[in-house]
Design a protein around this ligand. Structure first.
Ligand code: ATP
Ligand code: MG
Length: 572
């Protein structure tokens, strides 16, 4: 690693770590008041700029309002909100108060919301008006009981949190979270906009609280791809690594139009569509709408996006949508969150004029291994590689059967060296010491990502599979991803997932779940073609013994295939 970048890592740690680190100052007040933080794009493509000055004013009012509701430093405040100016104001208000943000994805159904609210002991929830009914359907919520009249806001009229016991924990299940609604308030809820109108930015309770680098900023949950989502508490100093990623891997520059299209209900969107832009102070776009390929093209074109980041499925959908509109001119493109399939890279190189680069990370760390765009890190990566460890991180592949590093090219467990990764911030899972300790080698030196891959002699990592998804057939280890990449090359296949099924003779055999393209009937002929394709393009032994045609694959709300649910399927 170049010493300049090492020095930059140290600078960033100085900025975001230490007892005085204050999130609201770092993410808002430190930037010039007239600088634009976000350009918020509406579904009709009208747009408005949100400056740091406006954010400071409005989030101060909200921090004062939260204080009035009894929220103090360390209290959990959730948001169930779309990507909007209100969301950014709410977040900065929460952090100004020294409180901890709990993101809730807007596509969640009540059980997923209840799980996260209970696990995080949330005190207050801020919801968009169209989300509020879902919230009120959750257990323990007022369910329309007009205990708090509509739009009630004066300081005396505000509901307050029940007093805390000496341990600082909540009073118990009898005090459901207070609900704040952005838009028309419902009975039993408080209006977000009225709270802003009735509080002052110079209220002494709006003075930003410094919780320090170890203090908590966010209580997030993993995607739940391999089982129940795990709670990941995120300290303020994690901002150093988010900032570093935006500089080192994305190479976002002052004159870029940067857009990370991911949803902030998840790590990729929260870290790199909200936190990293606020940390660096570089303007970025927020689209106040869900995903559609035509709208994405239109935003890329109209707003002159130069630096685009999105999950691989977004690129796949753009590719399926057809021609790239004139005027789309990307300088940088990247993806993360799941394997980047080769057909996307090939398409983007031709169609977009820039090959999408693969970045790898986890909720627990943010990005750690990237095919980086920064000129000092740029290198010709071998096809299919995710890139190299970023400055500030030391990653390795450990042998399967011992906690020593595997030889170059050998497949093993992708791990992070906790002794040599100054940007590491993971504190362990919320209330789950067992799952936490399973993440580390016995001596505590290595964090085990739960992913399997290989590193070549030049330091490039190649993703193979998640630990749980590796198929061991007659002694061969096969990652489903390589087989899936071949299956989706077939013109009649939209999506595919491959899992290992128990087999008396071989231990496990491969079975494929294939979603055919629209209008295609999965028949024996297609099965034979797919089996042959895998033999020709990947390996003769790794063809799927059975192919099941299905209408869709089980996925997390963020779109990741849950192979463990397919493995549980009775197929014979
Ligand atoms: P859970 O931990 O709850 O099962 P999850 O691991 O999917 O869910 P995230 O933290 O959102 O939760 O995702 C991180 C995982 O996503 C990584 O461990 C890896 O398996 C996968 N991943 C992320 N980026 C890439 C990438 N570029 N290529 C391949 N896989 C990736
Ligand atoms: Mg995980």
């Amino acid at each position: 690693m170049s010493t300049d970048l090492d020095a930059r890592v140290r600078d960033l740690l100085d900025r975001y770590d230490g007892p005085d680190a204050c999130a609201a100052e770092l993410l808002c007040d430190a930037h010039p008041a007239d600088a634009v933080a976000f350009t918020i794009v509406e579904p009709d493509l009208s747009a408005g700029d949100l400056t740091y000055g406006e954010l400071r004013e409005r989030s101060s009012r909200f921090a004062a309002a939260l204080a009035g509701l009894g929220v103090g430093p360390g209290d959990r405040v959730a948001t169930l909100m779309a990507k909007s100016a209100d969301l950014v104001v709410a977040l900065l208000g929460i952090w100004r108060r020294g409180a901890v943000h709990v993101p809730l994805f807007t596509a969640f159904a009540p059980p997923a919301i209840e799980f996260r609210l209970a696990a995080s002991n949330t005190k207050v929830v801020v919801a968009d008006a169209d989300q509020a009914p879902k919230l009120l359907a959750c257990e323990g919520f007022p369910s329309g009981d007009p205990a708090t009249p509509r739009g009630r806001t004066g300081a005396d009229a505000e509901p307050r949190l029940a007093p805390r016991d000496s341990s600082g924990s909540a009073d118990g299940p009898t005090s459901p979270p207070i609900t704040i609604v952005a838009g028309d308030a419902l009975p039993g809820t408080v209006s977000f906009h009225d709270l802003l109108d009735t509080h002052r930015a110079d209220d002494p309770r709006a003075v930003p609280v410094a919780v320090g680098g170890d203090g908590l900023l966010v209580q997030l949950f993993t995607s739940g791809t391999t089982g129940t989502p795990k709670g990941v508490p995120i300290p303020v100093r994690a901002l150093a690594s988010f900032h570093a990623y935006q500089e080192f891997a994305l190479d976002v520059r002052g004159d870029d139009v940067y857009w990370n299209a991911a949803d902030p209900g998840w790590a990729y969107g929260l870290y790199y569509a909200i936190l990293a832009p606020l940390a660096t102070g570089v303007r970025s776009l927020l689209l106040h709408a869900g995903f559609s390929a035509p709208l994405t093209w239109e935003v890329l074109r109209r707003f002159g996006v130069t630096n685009f980041a999105a999950a691989p499925t977004v690129y796949r959908a753009l590719r399926a949508d057809g021609q790239v509109p004139d005027g789309v001119a990307l300088r940088r493109a990247s993806s993360a969150g799941e394997p980047l399939t080769p057909e996307v890279v090939a398409w983007s190189r031709d169609a977009l004029g820039v090959a999408v680069r693969d970045h790898y990370g986890q909720t627990e760390h943010g990005m750690v291994i990237c095919h980086a765009w920064h000129p000092d890190l740029d290198a010709d990566a071998p096809a299919g590689s995710m890139g190299r460890q970023l400055p500030g991180w030391a990653c390795a592949v450990l042998a399967e059967d011992s906690d020593t590093e595997a030889a170059p090219g050998e497949v093993g467990r992708v791990a992070i060296d906790t002794d040599h990764s100054p940007l590491l911030w993971f504190l362990g899972y919320l209330d789950d010491p067992e799952r936490t300790s399973a993440r580390f080698t016995a001596d505590g030196r290595w964090y085990l990502t739960g992913d399997v891959g290989a590193r070549d002699a030049d330091g490039f990592f190649r993703f193979s599979a998640r630990d749980d998804d590796v198929i061991i057939m007659a002694g061969y280890r096969i990652g489903p991803f390589e087989v899936e990449s071949v299956l989706v090359m077939h013109a009649q296949v939209a999506e595919a997932a491959v899992v290992g099924m128990p087999d008396d003779l071989r231990g496990e055999v491969l079975e494929a779940f294939v979603v055919p393209r629209e209008g295609v009937d999965g028949d024996d002929e297609l099965v034979a073609e797919l089996q042959q394709l895998v033999k020709d393009e990947f390996a003769a032994h790794a063809y799927p013994r059975r192919v099941h045609f299905v209408a869709s694959l089980p996925k997390t709300p963020s779109g990741k295939v849950q192979r463990f649910l397919l493995r549980g399927k009775e197929t014979r």
